[in-house]
Design a protein. Structure first.
Length: 149
């Protein structure tokens, strides 16, 4: 066998070993499915999920969820969304597992009087306020009418 053939066979064996090691490492990875909601249960799109001690960041989709593939180990997940309070969760991931991490973020604190605009709503239909003008032969009158659609 020539030196070139030995080199080629050695290179092929080395490449096969690296690929096998990578496949074994990837088969041990776990999946964490993170779902982010607010206090009322509304799913939050574009919430940021980070892993403490890492520069990796992930963002939730329109369903408020993101799936993250991680090697087995211990992780601290941090979730933030605009002015909402942050969420933190510690996870111990076994090999080849799928885990859920559900977060419910607290509303941001009000710095001024912040009444809930939906708290006193009595109907499920939107309330409409309109200005109705009534013409009469002698003079014109305006009055305000309220109703629902």
């Amino acid at each position: 066998m020539s030196m070139g053939q030995r080199f080629l066979i050695g290179l092929l064996l080395l490449t096969a070993g690296v690929i096998t090691a990578q496949c074994q490492q990837n088969s041990n990875r776990s999946i964490v499915v993170v779902t982010v909601r607010d206090e009322r249960g509304v799913l939050l799109q574009d919430a940021r999920v980070t892993i403490q001690g890492s520069n990796e960041e992930f963002f939730t989709d329109a369903t408020g969820a993101v799936s993250i593939s991680l090697a087995p180990g211990s992780y601290d997940l941090i979730v933030t969304f605009r002015r909402y309070g942050p969420g933190r969760r510690h996870l111990d991931l076994p090999p080849s597992a799928t885990l859920r991490a559900d977060f419910s973020l607290p509303y941001p604190p009000c710095t001024m009087a912040c009444p809930d605009p939906l708290a006193n709503l009595q109907t499920t239909q939107p309330v409409v306020t309109a200005l109705v003008e009534q013409d009469s032969p002698k003079h014109s009158k305006s009055r305000q009418a309220k109703g629902s659609l």
